[in-house]
Design a protein around this ligand. Structure first.
Ligand code: A3P
Length: 346
């Protein structure tokens, strides 16, 4: 009898123990990594919103991310939107470029922050006349649902190089924060070429070698008509933006460092956006198979960027590389001077 009772008790304890461990694991996963065991820190008042800060601690926002994710997939009913006070907000910050600078990685990594909500798709509102013609409400409706205290960020790298965009963004919000992620210009140009090449190969088309496009065969000089070269002359594009926005509204992200050492770059962005620091080393782990850092939201959910990010570049004639380095050098110096950020480019 006593033996039977003991066995029954052991069994009960085992069930209770498993339940406790299971619940704990679930809670850890739900709360996520970003705010782990840290004191609740309200988002700074300047992020705006109708409710008081104390009502929206970051941890609560983090807790609700799963919910937002569902809504972002278009599953929110009008009732749910009303119930949760969800809004579609115009971006308070935009990653304006540069193409192949690491714009997707930057957006996804910033989205680890509980106060940031990303627009998943490139919206191309300001660079595409047809979209722009649809008006600002159309643009706002393209934004994800968020809580009023969060900030929405979108990225469309074509904005950086498109003539009309600075004025159009200025008209929407003259105090918006602008993020530019740059890589060493020659590497960026080769990355740009690699993307186009892959597109051609997918369609079974042939394409020129990079050397042929980057160097003018008549003059043997760098071909400034080649778009991949022109895009890498960062200072030329930035100067157009500076006709509308003061330099303080820009933050330059070092795209090469974001690859090798993402956290310090992200911390600089958090500061620029006046966000409390919440992205930690826990959120970023190096994946040796991919050869890149991947994202960890919590113990259950993590992801790497798609295979289209981090392509293998073709080998380029070293003399062409040297020529390009020399060509970009004076533009780079000017870029450092204007932005106040010196990067160790050749
Ligand atoms: P490559 O494909 O040349 O390596 P964009 O998103 O602006 O198109 O930039 C793509 C580049 O982001 C990639 O260029 C890659 O090097 C870089 N990148 C930076 N961090 C990355 C990450 N964690 N995972 C994958 N690619 C990353």
């Amino acid at each position: 009898m006593l033996f039977k009772q003991q066995a029954w008790l052991r069994q009960k304890l085992l069930v209770l123990g498993s339940l406790a461990v299971g619940s704990l694991l679930y809670l850890v996963a739900r709360v996520g990594s970003l705010d782990r065991l840290q004191p609740i820190c309200p988002i700074e008042g300047r992020l705006g919103g109708a409710r008081s800060q104390a009502e929206f601690p970051l941890r609560a926002l983090q807790f609700k991310r799963g919910l937002l994710h569902e809504f972002r997939k278009g599953n929110a009913s009008k009732e749910q939107v009303r119930l949760h006070d969800l809004v579609q907000q115009l971006p308070k910050a935009i990653i304006i470029g540069v193409r192949k600078g690491g714009t997707r990685a930057l957006l996804e990594m910033l989205n680890l922050h509980p106060a940031v909500v990303k627009a998943s798709q490139e919206i191309h509102f300001f660079d595409n006349d047809e979209n722009y013609g649809k008006g600002i409400e159309w643009y706002r409706k393209k934004m994800p649902f968020s809580y009023p205290q969060q900030i929405t960020i979108e990225k469309s790298p074509a904005y950086f190089i498109t003539e009309e965009v600075p004025e159009r963004i200025y008209k929407m919000n003259s105090s918006i924060k602008l993020l530019i992620i740059v890589r060493e210009p020659t590497t960026r140009a080769i990355s740009d070429y690699t993307q186009v090449l892959e597109g051609k190969e997918r369609k079974n088309k042939t394409y020129y070698k990079f050397e042929k496009l980057a160097i003018d065969p008549n003059t043997c000089e760098v071909n400034t008509k080649y778009k991949a070269v022109r895009t890498s002359i960062y200072t030329k594009h930035l100067e157009r933006w500076l006709k509308y926005f003061p330099i303080e509204q820009f933050h330059v992200v070092d795209g090469d460092r974001l690859i090798t050492e993402p956290l310090p770059e992200l911390q600089l962005v958090e500061k620029f956006l006046n966000l409390p620091p919440r992205i930690s080393q826990y959120n970023l782990y190096f994946n040796a198979t991919r050869g890149f850092y991947c994202l960890r939201f919590n113990i259950i959910f993590n992801k790497c960027l798609a295979g289209s990010k981090g392509r293998i570049h073709p080998e380029v004639d070293p003399s062409v590389i040297t020529k390009l380095h020399k060509f970009f050098h004076p533009f780079n110096q000017k870029f450092y001077q204007i932005t106040g950020r010196t990067l160790n480019w050749p």
